[in-house]
Write a protein that binds this ligand. Sequence first.
Ligand SMILES: *C1O[C@H](CO)[C@@H](O)[C@H](O)[C@H]1NC(C)=O
Ligand SMILES: *[C@@H]1O[C@H](CO)[C@@H](O)[C@H](O)[C@H]1NC(C)=O
Ligand SMILES: *[C@@H]1O[C@H](CO)[C@@H](O)[C@H](O)[C@H]1NC(C)=O
Length: 256
Amino acid sequence: MAMMVKPLLFLLLCLLLHPIAATNDNLVPERREVYDNGRIIDITHRYTPETPSGGDPENGVGQFLRLRDSMKNGSICNGSELRKLFVHAGTHVDAPGHMLDIYFDAGFDIDTLDLGVLNGPALLVDVPRDKNITAEVMQSLNIPKGVRRVLFRTLNTDRKLMFKKEFDTSFVGFMKDGAKWLVDNTDIKLVGVDYLSAAAYDHLVPTHLVFHEGREVILVEGLKLDDIQPGIYSVHCLPLRLVGAEGSPIRCILIK
Ligand SMILES: *C1O[C@H](CO)[C@@H](O)[C@H](O)[C@H]1NC(C)=O
Ligand SMILES: *[C@@H]1O[C@H](CO)[C@@H](O)[C@H](O)[C@H]1NC(C)=O
Ligand SMILES: *[C@@H]1O[C@H](CO)[C@@H](O)[C@H](O)[C@H]1NC(C)=O
């Protein structure tokens, strides 16, 4: 017994005296989906070379990160650079200029998005799995007036489309009449969806136009909504302040 205690004490002493050595023994970073015992849920997908992108349909975003300065090569620090990241890849947000050139030219870029809309109480709902989001589907969801932020979970989540690097055009999204119904009949200003586009592929442009025309609705796309109970949360989304860009990667979390 005593023979075991001594080395243990020694080890403990070493750990106390050499905090850096101590952390070096345990160099396995933790990657999490939830924080603080589940109170904070990360609804952002990781950005990796395999992250799907409508701009690079076959191959995902590819090698968008590069180690420009490397300590292994004598630099005083490691320094990575972002090289080529389509701003509508992975979890991202659209600005009104995405499909309305007049708004692009006028400067309605990511930096002008209302953080008040991107942050606040939000409802996570399940959409019937056998349809795209039409006016009829929107009506059937019975989203109460006054609800300003809704995250729509669809078949895309079940199909794990965001985990596949190839862009899949058969994803579920809003049909033009669904978007119009939402704009005309609800108070929803933040529309969150679980694939790269809020608009179904067949209605890509007309649906985006309906959403973006009024410059009030913000589309957050490519959210990670797996394994979360439907209901009310507090959503917090922060895009990068990309001046001149009509899209941006965005970090979104839900708080219970
Ligand atoms: C960056 O720096 C750390 C510390 O020296 C080193 O362990 C790591 O391997 C470096 N990364 C690369 C890719 O050079
Ligand atoms: C270090 O430099 C060599 C030679 O220029 C290069 O081949 C290698 O990729 C560099 N490594 C890193 C991590 O930058
Ligand atoms: C939704 O629309 C897309 C075309 O935009 C289609 O490929 C897909 O099958 C539709 N999904 C459902 C569930 O109806």
